[in-house]
Design a protein around this ligand. Structure first.
Ligand code: GLU
Length: 430
């Protein structure tokens, strides 16, 4: 395999590691090294001042052997094809690891959505669907939210697709507003799935909630809600951050107050020394995102973007356990350093799979024309997350391999079986 310095090449090393521990046909391996199809589009958008701006957009369908491809759409200034392809690769293994009957895909637009007005954002979202409409579909490829995309944006995308097809197609996009066919529990699903993974592993790691300290990098949809779930369950969340910086308090932060002040001031640093919260949690200090990653805590949760823990800072990570809520936050070089130091990394394709799990439930509800209760969604999410977490833990202990490699082995067994069911070399020559 060509090794270049790209995110995708780094992602592929995870496949190489897992292939050492699983026997699947050479055909299946060959197939999994390449995306099924990649689309790059230019998206012209009329801006509020009358000017025309062209944005770059992408959609990559990595593999659809186990079902229609599935994955979010990211709006971020650093989006590029290498990143979208890597994210689509991870979605493929995430769906297989959790036994969700989908393949993997991802999309994105290179844009700073915070710099756009709401009307510009709507025109951009609809124009993106205009550009990729022939590439997606309820039985083909189903977009969803990712970094900086919201239920409102998903509603626009579903509506635009329905306009193009001249038929209401709620099952073409997940993560929609409830009123447009969204599922109860989808907004909190990534955090909830991560919480169940942590809770399932806690006794195996011989930890107890009340003595467990946690630092969370990223206070978006997943990070903020997970902070709250952990806080409510009695964990000591000592540090949180957003893209502008974070706060730390060795005694533990009052997460409901942090959430309240962040909603008011739009960034976490504003919480620091905003009278009330300073008073509630005396001893708070302001920290940078880099400092947060190096705190002496039990559990570190990167919940922002990829490549946050890399060869340059992996030596300084003092946490004993890393739970990846972001996609790809630990590079493969950092993984090796952390493994050698005995730091257990629980991988993204397991920890953040709650999002796609409930997306699958949303798609099922749309196709069945019915709504599930929040209790139903939660019960099914909980059962599947606990079952698959336990299976991956078992693979790791049986084969004496890191959790990440075990998650890939577990996924590869399912992917390999599906790819081989189409016929292998032995079948054709034998
Ligand atoms: N963007 C989320 C992820 O990375 C969710 C994808 C989906 O729901 O399809 O897993």
């Amino acid at each position: 395999m060509t090794v270049t310095n790209t995110l995708f090449a780094d992602a592929m090393t995870r496949l190489d590691d897992a292939l050492k521990h699983v026997s699947i046909s050479a055909d299946a391996i060959e197939r999994l090294k390449f995306p099924k199809a990649s689309l790059t589009v230019s998206i012209p958008v009329r801006m509020d001042d009358g000017s025309l701006q062209v944005f770059q957009g992408y959609r990559v369908r990595y593999d659809d052997t186990r079902g229609p491809t599935k994955g979010g759409v990211r709006f971020h200034p650093s989006v590029n094809l290498d990143e979208v392809q890597s994210l689509a690769f991870w979605m493929t293994f995430k769906c297989a690891a959790l036994n969700i009957p989908f393949g993997g895909a991802k999309g994105g637009i290179t844009v700073d959505p915070k710099a756009l007005s709401k009307l510009e954002l709507e025109r951009l979202s609809r124009a993106y669907i205009d550009a990729i409409a022939d590439f997606i579909g309820p039985n083909v490829d189903i977009p969803a939210p990712d970094v900086y995309t919201t239920p409102t944006i998903m509603g626009w995308m579903m509506d635009q697709y329905s306009i193009i097809r001249r038929q209401l197609s709620p099952d073409v996009v997940t993560g929609k507003p409830i009123a447009l066919g969204g599922s109860l529990g989808r907004d909190t699903a990534t955090a909830t799935g991560a919480f169940y993974t942590i809770e399932t592993l806690l006794p195996k790691l011989k930890l107890n909630r009340h003595e467990t300290t946690v630092a969370i990098q990223g206070f978006g949809n997943a990070g903020s809600y997970l902070a709250r779930l952990l806080f409510d369950a009695g964990y000591r969340v000592v540090a949180v951050s957003d893209s502008k910086g974070g706060i730390y308090d060795a005694k533990g932060l009052d997460i409901p107050s942090v959430q309240k002040f962040r909603a008011l001031h739009h960034h976490i640093e504003a919480v620091y020394c905003e009278g009330t919260v300073c008073n509630i949690t005396n001893g708070q200090t302001s920290i940078t995102n880099e400092e947060l990653l190096e705190l002496d805590v039990d559990i570190l949760i990167p919940a922002a973007l990829e490549n946050q823990i890399v060869a340059a800072n992996a030596d300084r990570v003092r946490a004993k356990y890393v739970f990846e809520v972001a996609n790809g936050p630990v590079s493969s070089a950092a993984d090796r350093i952390l493994n050698a130091r005995g730091v257990l990394v629980v991988p993204d394709i397991l920890v953040n799979a709650g999002g796609v799990t409930v997306s699958y439930f949303e798609w099922l509800q749309n196709r069945g024309g019915l709504y599930w209760s929040l209790e139903d969604v939660d019960r099914r999410l909980k059962r599947n997350t606990i079952d698959e977490t336990n299976k991956i833990w078992q693979v790791a202990s049986d084969l004496k391999i890191p959790m990440r490699t075990a998650a890939y082995v577990h996924a590869l067994r399912r992917l390999g079986e599906a790819l081989e069911a189409k016929g292998t070399r032995n079948y054709f020559v034998g």
